[in-house]
Write a protein that binds this ligand. Structure first.
Ligand SMILES: NC(=O)c1ccc[n+]([C@@H]2O[C@H](COP(=O)([O-])OP(=O)(O)OC[C@H]3O[C@@H](n4cnc5c(N)ncnc54)[C@H](O)[C@@H]3O)[C@@H](O)[C@H]2O)c1
Length: 250
């Protein structure tokens, strides 16, 4: 069990990569705090984990609301008395289109959810982890945090910045035993694609760009995240792990 008795927060836990990671973490012995906006889905996932013999708590959290993030970490400490790890995963796809036409309010909304929220999450998580004697944070970036893709300008900007934020935090807290890494998923079969018509050129471009010739299943991201949250990666910090079926080799 890679995460035996570790207390782990997962944001955006009610679907997709977050849900799969929460399940994998619980199966590896973690006490999982599920953060998300959809109460019914979150409670159902907590129940499922408890049904499998794991420990889970759902905390209703909108990561675009700073007070919710503070309350999430406070509730975690109240319930489990420590914090060992966090997967900052909540994210939205953002508007597609050329940058010249990008409305400022949509750009700001994307930055609030995909970037600013991770800074706020890390601030509270790091304070808690210092008291627990260290910890591991994993931020969910994207292959679009390393390379660009036409029409994904705003999303790609946020994910590139998230890679920078991850490196900055890793440097600041390495000596205190807090590791901070990012994962860079390639295309994964989740709800995030529901706004993109699967007949669109953008969808086809991602599919044909993956040497493994398929999208990932959410658990194929979740398992490497569990590794980065665990002591098996105890000398890994500041890295951005591509989990992309070979997309970035080209
Ligand atoms: N699916 C992909 O192809 C892919 C590729 C690279 C990176 N990612 C990243 O993976 C992460 C998870 O996405 P996913 O693919 O599982 O899609 P998803 O839509 O299933 O998951 C995103 C989750 O974040 C939640 N969320 C969004 N805004 C929130 C808010 N304000 N507060 C709380 N929760 C909020 C959503 O409700 C959802 O549960 C995202 O950060 C996304 O950018 C996804």
């Amino acid at each position: 069990m890679l995460l035996r008795d570790k207390v782990i927060i997962v944001t955006g836990a009610t679907s997709g990569i977050g849900e799969a990671t929460a399940l994998e973490a619980a199966r590896q012995g973690a006490k999982v705090v599920l953060a998300g906006r959809r109460e019914e889905k979150g409670e159902a996932l907590a129940e499922r984990i408890r049904g499998e013999g794991g420990k889970a708590l759902f905390v209703r959290t909108d990561v675009s609301v700073p007070a919710d993030i503070e309350a999430l970490v406070a509730r975690t400490l109240q319930a489990f008395e420590r914090l060992d790890g966090a997967f900052n995963n909540a994210g939205i796809p953002g508007p597609l289109g050329s940058l010249a036409d990008l409305p400022l309010d949509e750009y700001r909304k994307l930055m609030t959810v995909n970037l600013d929220s991770v800074l706020l999450c890390m601030q509270h998580q790091i304070r808690a982890m210092r008291k627990s004697g260290g910890g591991a944070i994993v931020n969910c970036a994207s292959i679009l945090g390393m390379v660009g893709a036409q029409t994904f300008g705003a999303y790609s900007t946020a994910k590139h910045a998230l890679v920078g934020l991850t490196k900055a935090a890793a440097l600041d807290y390495a000596a205190e035993g807090i590791r901070v890494n990012a994962v860079l998923p390639g295309p994964v079969e989740t709800e995030i694609w529901s706004h993109v018509n699967q007949g669109d050129a953008v969808f086809a471009a991602f599919t044909s760009g993956v040497p493994m010739n398929r999208y990932a299943r959410p658990e194929e991201i979740g398992r490497p995240v569990v590794f980065l949250l665990s002591d098996w990666s105890s000398y890994v910090t500041g890295t951005s792990l591509a989990i992309d079926g070979g997309y970035m080799i080209r």
